[in-house]
Design a protein around this ligand. Structure first.
Ligand SMILES: [Zn+2]
Ligand SMILES: [Zn+2]
Length: 159
């Protein structure tokens, strides 16, 4: 069981099961939202995550992305992207009660990293997303589910 909460405690989460994917994200949008040069995300099957408290969901730059903030203290706790082939709900690893349990598997958006942040962990790097997304077409395709075609791309080492 993985548990955690935002700094004020009003928004908490618990997850029964292991993360499907953990990644450091270096994108500018995570940087703006989190106020940190790098954000550590742990993704779980959506149904595995129990969230309590009031989440303020705000749209991301992508049509499919919503970012969840504590409605009280404003901490950026959750991330969801409905264009993911295997949709996962992401928890900001900084707010996990035992953060050492969240070990990143890769770096996403390496192309947008703050180069002054030293990284020599030899994890795989991705110039943009580290998880497969559906083609970016009409949001109704995502809502309709089956009509969306999966982009044929070479599989990365960790998908
Ligand atoms: Zn990001
Ligand atoms: Zn809070």
């Amino acid at each position: 069981m993985i548990t955690g909460a935002c700094p004020c405690g009003a928004l908490s989460f618990s997850i029964d099961g292991a993360a499907a994917w953990t990644v450091y994200c270096h994108c500018g949008e995570c940087r703006d939202a989190s106020g940190a040069p790098v954000t550590l995300w742990a993704g779980f099957p959506v149904a595995a995550v129990a969230v309590s408290g009031v989440v303020s969901w705000r749209p991301g730059r992508s049509l499919w992305v919503t970012r969840g903030f504590c409605a009280v203290c404003g901490a950026h706790v959750l991330y969801r992207d409905r264009s993911m082939v295997r949709e996962e709900l992401y928890i900001n690893g900084a707010f996990v009660s035992e953060p050492d349990r969240v070990v990143a598997e890769a770096h996403a958006f390496w192309s947008e990293r703050v180069t002054g942040v030293g990284v020599d962990d030899r994890l795989p790097t991705f110039d943009t997303y580290s998880r497969l997304r559906l083609p970016r077409t009409d949001p109704a395709d995502i809502a309709g589910g089956a009509r969306a075609e999966i982009v044929k791309r070479p599989r990365g080492p960790l998908h």
